[in-house]
Design a protein around this ligand. Sequence first.
Ligand code: G6P
Ligand code: MN
Length: 440
Amino acid sequence: MKKNNIVLVGGGSTWTPGILKAMTTHLEEFALNKVVLYDIDEDRQEVIGEFAKILFKEEAPDVEVVYTTDKNIAYTDVDFVFCQMRTGGFNMREKDEKTPLSLGVIGQETCGAGGFAYGLRSIRDMVEMVKEVRRLSPEAWILNYTNPAAIVALALDKIFPEEERILNICDQPVNLLRSYSKLINHDVNDLEPVYFGLNHFGWFTNIFDETGKDRAPELKEIITTGGFKPVDAEQRDQSWLETYAVVKDMLIDFPDYLPNTYLQYYLYPEYKLSQLNPEKTRTDEVREGREKKVFEECRRIVANGTARDSKVVHNDAHGDMMVEVAASIANNLRKTFVVIVKNNGIISNLPNDSMVEVAASLGANGPAPYAVGEIGTFYKGLIENQYAFEKLTVEAYIEESYGKALQALTLNRTIVDAKKARQVLDALIKDNKEYWPELR
Ligand code: G6P
Ligand code: MN
């Protein structure tokens, strides 16, 4: 089996230890030669990088581990880029959440006005990353987890139409699948999903088990009567538990399909707004929780020189999926994953050029998506509206257009009112001066 060179962009992220751990437990499926961690934040990168050296020394001593803030080192001679950058870091995530909330609309990392703001920041750095990777590693696969994935995927498709080796993915479908599998006491690897929509805006229509039986009806019944929790509920903060709980409400109102958790911001914007606190958002929770826990643990591991006793660093859905996706491509395994791809008729009554999230068989030539066919009027209406928002957001960036930005925000279901949209846009322009093109 070929041994791969990989680079993790956003190597100083709190998600990195879990991904590295997953790499060390999937070596038979995905062989490694070299792992490079790359981040622009030297302090964060050093802590996680030193941890990585210890983890690999103990678990996979043949793999070379490097950490760097130099993109020339990072992008040279790479087989797979795992990209999870966060332009502007948590300080800007905080603004994406708090500025809209202070003006009376949803403020969230990837949805609504917050997602719009983050999208305009991500596009610039993602485009630069793709160009630099192509200069130094023309054949590398770029697996992108950078948010907001819907907007990033659309922008990259528009700016690099010839690219065949960029794949945009999100872990929320697999997080949900794992949570379903617990409810019906079934191995998640034996469940085959049918899914359609846009990223953070989709539904599971069927969940087939290995006998071919659709378990979705049973799952809907269990959730509408007993509620819904993430599979790793004990490790989740309060806001995530609340997020999963709303799935029950969505199923009662719209019982056709199992909804992605993120739909709650679009279906119940007023209710969600009443639950969110503009002074204390998810960013505060992450800073006080995962951020502290992961960095303290990595420092402890480095001080002790061993990661063997760590309970904090463990396999999780996110890390496992990232490595399994790469393995499926590297070794042509053709396993099924829910991924983001160009529609091209998969959902027959949506625009061909939209970037949809669907189940696909993933092999050496990339994703081969399964056909979905026609979707019902309610779902088509919701998706077309959201797609128009995403498309106008990308066009606002490329054309540096204030008018398109205003149209995008007005279309978004979490905003609707054009006067509010203008207020939010003007406030976000101030917040993002260093990151956005000047909108005229
Ligand atoms: C899920 C989503 C990601 C998102 C993350 C936020 O995994 O799929 O797109 O970034 O949640 O998690 P956090 O714990 O940082 O709020
Ligand atoms: Mn996601």
